[in-house]
Design a protein around this ligand. Sequence first.
Ligand SMILES: [Zn+2]
Length: 218
Amino acid sequence: MKFAWKILVDNSLWSNFFTAKYIRNKHVSLVDSHKGTRFWKSVIQCIPDVLWLTKWRIKEGKVSFWRDWWFDEGPLVQLQLILERPNLMIKECRLEAGWDTQLVRSLVGDGKVEQVMQVLNKCRQGADLLVWSENADGKFSSKSAWECIRIKAPKNRWSDWVWHPCMPKKFSVTMWKAIRNGLSVDDRIKNVGIPVVSKCNCCTDGGYEDLEHVLVDG
Ligand SMILES: [Zn+2]
């Protein structure tokens, strides 16, 4: 997601290269996410998530009128049909003195024109700003992005104990593997279809080596 964010806001050699190669004049949300290198596909597939969590604060107006999210309720394309000028940039709605209300009215209709004009009238000088909605300062961070996309499972009762900072990591990992049935005992090898003669190392007689035996009975 970090790279997807960079594509949207950075003016670096890196982002300019990928923009020129894959995005060109298209809106970033319309780029085919199945084309390109594996790296690029992983970047472009994150774009919808990033767009969903960001909003433009318009100043200069180099922002898509229809497809970028600058209007409070969402990108205009999601609120109504695009009847004309699908590639319109906001700055193209500017006249020498103020905004072209007639044009905006013809695009969004009487119902929405006032709301849209309210946003446009708030524009100040400067460069457009993409605001990351998950951080108070509006800046992207991988941590907050991860919090947004991760699948949250209920907290395990054992996890605090297993991953306790005082516990040597080697022990924690072994316990975690045991809980997940990932320790390579003979029983597990047999279960995946490899015939083995099992004899444990923990007893003098040598018992059948399964998880229960190694950790409890043996
Ligand atoms: Zn044993």
